[in-house]
Design a protein around this ligand. Structure first.
Ligand SMILES: [Zn+2]
Length: 450
């Protein structure tokens, strides 16, 4: 009887592993408005798989991904493997009567200045009147007063000194009756702690600012009286940045710049605070791999291994989640900052939109937003590519919440494409996972040793 149960279980599991399973499209009869889509899933790699009679390559792990061009109307796909047959319909809508594209919003300059106050924490001050991309000058605190000289679409234009302007979303401010255009800077103090160089600028009101990374590091305060172009600039000699923050405390502007950490070359990670972030979690599954594996779980597996590896090498590691809980994006960043982390690494598996090619897109890519984090991203990607053989899908600058954090060197690693059968088979492979986290740890170490 026992033996019978065992054989039954083996048969069941074998059957489950090789049953024809479609993970994308997520359900039948979907509407997709793109030139193409893809059918992604798993099937028995030893049997022939066909879609509308055409033989489709199945990776030895069982995963497959196949691009299907879409024509307007109903597109029907018959998927056959090992005697199983599934029919999926995808409808591509007819192009709508081409409505005249909305005319670009016109700039309206005010005859008299207007005054406003920031109503949301961390409101982006942008260099262009566009609500996306890498056009952020600073993130402004709630209650900061601003002087407005115009508007365009959903943005107000705000004065930054006498030669520059910036843009803030109308929804991030409220108009107020009056205000002062310029602030008075009474001077600044410097504080020297073991970890930070701190600059405290004594002002009589909050004003917009800009921090420019580089050597020197520039603190630029706008709308300060008795300064050329109403802009005060302090150039701070700094070789390399390891995180910094800027915040008003009352009307004092406090800039904290992390000092170059003392690095023991034989144990570079010793004493370094690192936050490891497993992307997604809870009812946010993230992408889905062709074997039906969920990104949130894969991310957590990598995060746990990475945390272990870094701890073994002497780092103080904290994790934004160590179970299947849902954690907000802002919460993750705040957690890393509360832990005083010098490095924040977010781990993800990549996905693709309809119209893209899941076979051509493969490999590891690393995102950063602030330039200070790019050398770390470069160093880690170099180690991942050379130690694991993953395709170099480049270090890229992108405006993602987890990397828009200056306090730590913040990067987001897309280890591989979950939709790509070869990448995905590696992401779920324990040996690969170990190799990848070793490469990440080596990449951090070689970055610290420079
Ligand atoms: Zn993700």
């Amino acid at each position: 009887m026992k033996r019978f149960v065992l054989i039954f279980l083996i048969l069941m599991s074998a059957q489950c592993a090789f049953a024809l399973d479609i993970v994308y499209p997520k359900k039948n009869n979907v509407v997709i408005n793109a030139k193409s889509s893809f059918i992604v899933g798993s099937a028995n790699p030893k049997k022939e798989l066909t879609i509308n009679g055409i033989k489709v390559n199945v990776h030895p792990s069982g995963g497959f991904a196949y691009v299907v061009p879409l024509k307007v109307g109903k597109n029907s796909f018959t998927i056959i493997s090992d005697g199983e047959k599934l029919i999926y319909d995808i409808t591509k809508p007819a192009p709508g009567a081409s409505a005249n594209p909305a005319a670009p919003a016109a700039l309206k300059e005010y005859e008299d200045l207007k005054y406003a106050q920031v109503v949301n924490e961390n409101s982006p001050l942008r260099s262009t009147a566009v609500n996306s991309g890498i056009n952020r000058i600073a993130h402004l605190q709630k209650d900061m007063p601003l002087v407005l000289d115009g508007e365009k679409g959903s943005f107000y234009r705000t004065i930054l000194g006498s030669m520059k302007t910036g843009w803030i979303a109308k929804s991030d401010v409220k108009l107020i009756d009056s205000g002062a255009s310029l602030a008075e800077l009474k001077g600044y103090d410097t504080l020297d702690t073991p970890e930070f160089n701190i600059y405290v600028f004594h002002l009589n009101k909050m004003i917009p600012y800009e921090l420019v990374e580089g050597s020197p590091f520039i603190v630029r305060l706008f709308n300060v009286e008795n300064n050329p172009e109403n802009t005060y600039e302090l150039k701070i000699p700094q070789q390399r940045l390891y995180g910094y923050s800027a915040r008003f405390s009352g009307t004092d502007f406090v800039v904290k710049i992390r000092k170059v950490p003392p690095v023991d070359k034989s144990h570079p990670l010793k004493g370094i605070n690192i936050t490891v972030d497993a992307g997604h979690g809870g009812n946010e599954s993230g992408a889905i791999g062709c074997l039906g594996n969920l990104e949130k779980n894969t991310n957590l597996e990598f995060a746990r291994l990475l945390a272990q590896e870094l701890s073994h090498r002497g780092a103080n590691v904290s994790m934004t989640r160590n179970d299947d809980s849902a954690v907000g994006l802002r919460e993750r960043v705040e957690f890393a900052n509360e832990e005083d982390s010098m490095i924040l690494i977010s781990l993800h598996g990549n996905s693709l939109p309809d119209g893209a090619d899941p076979i051509a897109n493969n490999g590891t890519e690393i995102y950063y937003y602030y330039n200070q984090a790019k050398p770390l991203a470069d160093s880690i990607l170099k180690e991942i590519v050379s130690q694991t053989g993953m395709n170099d899908h480049k270090v890229r600058q992108s405006s993602l919440a987890l990397v828009r954090n200056t306090n730590a060197l913040s990067i987001l690693i897309e280890l591989g494409y979950m939709i790509n059968p070869s990448d995905n088979s590696k992401l779920v492979d324990k040996e690969f996972q170990k190799k990848a986290v070793k490469a990440i740890a080596d990449g951090i170490e070689s970055f610290l040793k420079i």
